[in-house]
Design a protein around this ligand. Structure first.
Ligand SMILES: [Fe+2]
Length: 437
């Protein structure tokens, strides 16, 4: 079955699966068509200003109070929530990992969540967590919602089907999806196994960055964001709903599926985005702009220009700058940078950063191109070059990122990562020419 989508970012969408199931001219009729229940899902406080006010009206077979019963506690010990400080012995450092290993035991999207870092404070609704998910089986009768934040899913291996109460999103590596806080969903695997990255954003929702003097176009364009059309199932068999709430997990048993929204309208909804539709803007004469030029989505923190999280990509692009060191420069940053590689090679690292891998350059820790990358870039013939077949990304947050014990003790942590800079030699010899031997 092909699923359809509605284009646009943050639109006031409307969609129905059965003719006349979406009320017109009012939100809460005395008796909604088809015997449906009307229910509001609020993604912002009622009184939030118009630009950030988000809510949707859902018309469903049963109201959500019938999709929860008594909760029991349950545990997902590898899914951590901020603040999660000092649960390991690893000293401060720049770190890099090879891919998180695929599991051998049956693992679904929720049990396969491995938290690498946490930042800020989920209860204070600020900060984020960076996770890797690994999975080898679909969620069938289990459903999930996260009260702690929205989930940005960045697949790296294997296509997924995100079956949500507001519609179905088919997602493959190279695309991303954002599932709003509170949305009920399950994740099915379209392939044998799946791995990818997740940003759990505890703060204000991701939105499109202002483009400033770039103008009305380029970077991510609103029409390339796709929100699913309504979809529902009438499944009267045992199901479970698992909830993440302030870092704790709870489960409730149901005798039917909670994915029963027949029609909905509003602007609080899941969406996906194909990273190949990002139109990069960059230096066309000299120098290397800050990576913020490649921001796809930003989650503001309340302080202007200081993101709770930025989602930044490093897509295929032409490098044309003259008399310029073209890779990213060396730097230290007040923001903390969690990077992943979806496919290909990242231009600041010649080796060691592999697809599915992770690097972490935390608040104020120096980083930049490795020695061989520096060597190459300082001797390159600066003709236009296309950087192709690559897609790296960064979750960059204003908060320091705390490693989890899982990340600190993971076998794929590279012992020798910082040696990639060891061969950067002194070239200062007191002459204006320097020593470029
Ligand atoms: Fe950086």
């Amino acid at each position: 079955m092909a699923f359809s989508y509605m284009p646009g970012f943050g639109n006031d969408f409307e969609t129905e699966t059965l003719p006349g199931s979406l009320p017109q001219g009012r939100n809460s009729p005395q008796r909604p068509a088809y015997g449906l229940y009307a229910e509001q899902l609020s993604g912002s406080p009622f009184t939030a200003p118009r630009g950030t006010n988000e809510r949707s009206w859902l018309y469903r077979i049963r109201p959500s109070v019938r999709h929860t019963g008594r909760f029991k506690g349950m545990r997902y010990p590898l899914w951590k929530t901020a603040p999660n400080i000092g649960d390991h012995e690893l000293a401060l450092g720049q770190y890099r990992w090879n891919p998180v290993p695929m599991p051998s035991e049956p693992t679904d999207f929720i049990s396969g969540m491995r938290t690498m870092t946490t930042a800020g404070d989920a209860v204070g609704q600020s900060g984020m967590a960076a996770h890797v998910y690994v999975a080898n089986r679909s969620m069938v009768d289990d459903h999930f919602f996260n009260a702690d934040g929205e989930l940005m899913i960045v697949p790296q291996v294997g296509a997924l089907r995100l079956v949500t109460e507001m519609g179905v999103i088919e997602l493959r590596p190279g695309e991303i999806a954002v599932l709003p806080r509170g949305l009920v969903f399950k994740v099915e695997l379209a392939d044998k196994e799946a791995r990818g990255y997740v940003c759990e954003n505890y703060g204000a929702k991701f939105t499109m960055p202002d483009r400033g003097p770039i103008g009305a176009n380029c970077l991510a364009n609103p029409r390339d964001f796709k929100t699913p059309c309504a979809w529902f199932e009438e499944k009267e068999t045992p199901c479970r709903l698992i909830v993440k709430w302030c870092g704790t997990f709870h489960v409730t048993e149901l005798d039917h599926s909670p994915l029963d929204v027949v029609a909905w309208h509003g602007n609080y909804a899941p969406y996906k985005y194909d990273l190949a539709t990002f139109s990069p803007v960059g230096a066309i004469l000299f120098d290397h702009p800050d990576p913020s030029i490649f921001t796809v989505l930003t989650a503001p923190s309340g302080e202007e220009g200081t993101a709770n999280v930025d989602f930044v990509i490093f897509p295929p692009r032409w490098l044309v700058a003259e008399n310029t060191f073209r890779p990213p420069w060396y730097h230290r940053n007040i923001m903390s940078e969690f990077m992943g590689l979806i496919h290909g090679q990242y231009d600041a690292k010649e080796e060691g950063f592999v697809p599915g891998g992770i690097s972490l350059h935390n608040q104020m820790l120096a980083h930049g191109p490795d020695a061989s990358g520096f060597e190459k870039a300082t001797r390159a013939d600066l003709k236009p070059v296309k950087l192709d077949n690559t897609m790296a990304f960064m979750f960059e947050t204003r908060f320091p990122q705390m490693l989890t014990r899982y990340a600190a003790e993971l076998d794929t942590l590279q012992e020798n990562y910082i040696d990639c800079w060891a061969d950067l030699k002194k070239r200062f010899n007191g002459t204006p020419e320097g020593d470029w031997s």
